[in-house]
Design a protein around this ligand. Structure first.
Ligand SMILES: NC(=O)c1ccc[n+]([C@@H]2O[C@H](COP(=O)([O-])OP(=O)(O)OC[C@H]3O[C@@H](n4cnc5c(N)ncnc54)[C@H](OP(=O)(O)O)[C@@H]3O)[C@@H](O)[C@H]2O)c1
Length: 263
């Protein structure tokens, strides 16, 4: 068993689900928040994980990622905080009658509101147990290209889709990233997290099947300052990259950076 304990939010989504599967197969202990625990269990069993692995290494917390208590129960077990948090939360795309903003989400503020809940949950955990801030967790979140402050990271053919049609979901991601950036700009003793890694993926393809990608080593990887620009990326590859580069290496050289990933 590894000393790293992981909390995963959004584990029934393709990216975080692949990170979860790789982590469980490698023997990590994972706490996953799910609105529908049976959905998560079915997804894992369908990918070949055994009930024994789930019983040994997975704790599913039934709850909502915008509820501070539910998030705190996910992050803390027997007074101990997890060491790594992965969030792949997102909303479901919904079409609306607007020429300017035709695509919205069922919950257009899910990423930003869940990050606020996460920070509040950590604050509450530290207040309850003053020794926990000595072991602050690292956070990795899945975000999107198209919201950069650096050089353009969307290929020419996708710019209308990204900068016009997807403006609503992107606004939420921007807000989430801004909240985290502002939080981490505080003096170290006021930060609730040890570090943050942003993972901006290009257009996601595929679904829930950790074996269905092309392999994390085939990916092109950049940063906000020097982005890897491409059209698409399979969800399983995003999850595998997070597992190999962030979970196994405790964030490695990516801590404090915003990474762009594409096939
Ligand atoms: N679509 C793209 O091309 C694209 C490109 C780049 C980045 N992204 C972003 O990348 C992230 C990961 O995407 P993905 O496709 O792997 O996952 P996804 O299909 O968007 O899954 C979203 C996850 O969030 C969960 N969730 C939503 N609201 C929740 C709540 N209030 N409480 C608890 N869980 C909640 C969902 O749970 P349920 O199963 O209960 O619904 C699901 O597990 C998302 O933020 C997505 O917007 C998307």
């Amino acid at each position: 068993m590894s000393a790293t304990t992981i909390a995963i939010l959004g584990a029934t989504g393709g990216c975080a689900n692949a990170s979860l599967v790789h982590s469980l197969l490698a023997g990590y202990d994972v706490r996953a928040l799910a609105r529908t625990p049976s959905k998560l269990t079915s997804q894992l069993l369908a990918q070949g994980l055994t009930q024994q692995i789930l019983d040994q290494h997975l704790t599913i917390i039934h709850g909502d990622a915008t509820n501070v208590d539910d998030v705190k129960r996910t992050l803390v077990s027997s007074g101990k905080l997890v060491s790594l948090i992965i969030t792949g939360l997102g909303g479901k795309p919904v079409l609306q009658k607007s020429l300017r903003r035709p695509v919205t989400l069922d919950n257009p503020g899910i990423c930003s509101s869940s990050i606020e809940a996460l920070l509040s949950a950590l604050r509450a955990a530290y207040d309850e147990n003053p020794s926990t801030p000595a072991h602050k967790p690292l956070l990795a979140y899945v975000s999107t290209t198209g919201i950069t402050n650096g050089p353009e990271d969307v290929p020419f053919g996708f710019r209308f889709l990204y900068h016009v049609l997807l403006a609503v979901p992107h606004e939420d991601k921007r807000k989430m990233e801004y909240t985290l950036k502002s939080h981490m700009a505080q003096p170290e003793n006021e930060r609730l997290l040890r570090g943050v890694v942003g993972v901006r993926a290009s257009l996601l393809t595929g679904g829930i099947d950790y074996k269905a990608g092309k392999g994390w080593k085939t990916l092109r990887v950049g940063t906000e300052e020097s982005p890897a620009v491409g059209y698409t990326i399979p969800r399983p590859d995003v999850g595998e990259w997070i597992f190999e580069e962030l979970i196994k290496r405790d964030g490695g050289e990516w801590v404090g950076k915003i990474v762009t990933l594409t096939s």
